[in-house]
Design a binder for this molecule. Structure first.
Ligand code: SF4
Length: 270
């Protein structure tokens, strides 16, 4: 929206107060290649500038792939220097139409993890929020407070409403069947009273998604993240196997939202 600064001002005057922009490379060469659109990088940078100048907040989404993972720090540097305070690095989710993504974009979690950690160390005190999305917790042990996975989404104040997203992508019938299945097989009645109806609907769907799309290995049962982690995507395991998984032993973390609440403390403490 914001390549045109007049439009950015108009949108913000009409009530837009937060803009999420996708940036997948630290320079025009890589970003334009990944989005298959020459000139896109400069449009994105211009948009960020216009949005911030017009007074809205701007957040960045970067999808981690085999082509950009060595440059996560460079992307953070660019974004930070543009004046943005919140950045999301999102792991590729092999789901729906994303399953058709070219094979050369797939990358192992274990290959990317050192670059993610390095980026966090350098930028954790600079950005207001850094979120690493959809990676099993064991790959970033010690950095779990930066992770959002299936069960944490609903506690991330900026995340989409996945209950509605499933309705849009799969239809009402499939969504409601998923909820029913989730309630019958995964949800405890005490949990519904504890977290409320709305969150229960969402959580039941996430249990079904984890059941359908993800796998765990035997060692996961003893992992401290077992109760808050959906496991590894089945499609990922089919491509790379499960040998990368290294369970982290210790007292089990039970609160699905703990890692997210720490990250968005301002939001939760008002
Ligand atoms: S439960 Fe399994 S996949 Fe999840 S963090 Fe633990 S070892 Fe990794």
């Amino acid at each position: 929206m914001g390549q045109d600064s007049a439009f950015a001002y108009e949108a913000i005057a009409l009530g837009v107060d937060d803009v999420l922009v996708s940036l997948h490379g630290p320079d025009a060469r890589l970003h334009d290649f990944l989005v298959a659109r020459p000139g896109a990088f400069y449009q994105v940078i211009k948009t960020i500038g216009n949005v911030l100048k017009a007074g809205a907040s701007c957040r960045i989404n970067t999808v981690i792939s085999a082509l950009n993972y060595p440059f996560l720090r460079d992307i953070a540097a660019l974004v930070y220097n543009c004046g943005v305070k919140e950045i999301n690095y999102i792991y590729f989710s092999p789901l729906d139409d994303a399953l058709d993504a070219p094979g050369e974009l797939w990358v192992k979690y274990s290959a990317t993890a050192p670059f993610v950690k390095e980026m966090i160390e350098e930028y954790k005190d600079k950005f207001k929020t850094i979120s690493i999305k959809v990676i099993p917790f064991c790959f970033l042990d010690g950095y779990e407070d930066y992770i959002t996975n299936f069960f944490q989404n609903i506690y991330d104040p900026y995340e989409w409403d996945f209950y509605q997203r499933v309705r849009i992508r799969r239809g009402i019938l499939q969504r409601d069947l998923a909820v029913l299945f989730g309630f019958l097989f995964f949800m405890d009645i005490r949990r519904i009273f504890k977290i409320g109806w709305r969150k229960s609907l969402y959580e039941s769907i996430m249990h079904v998604q984890a059941f359908r799309e993800c796998i765990k290995i035997r060692a996961c049962r003893r992992c401290k993240f077992d109760l808050i982690c959906p496991g590894l995507w089945k499609a990922y395991a089919k491509r790379f196997g499960t040998s990368e998984i290294k369970a982290v032993y210790g007292e089990k973390i039970k609160d699905l939202d703990r890692v997210v609440r720490k990250r968005f403390l301002d939001y939760y403490t008002g």
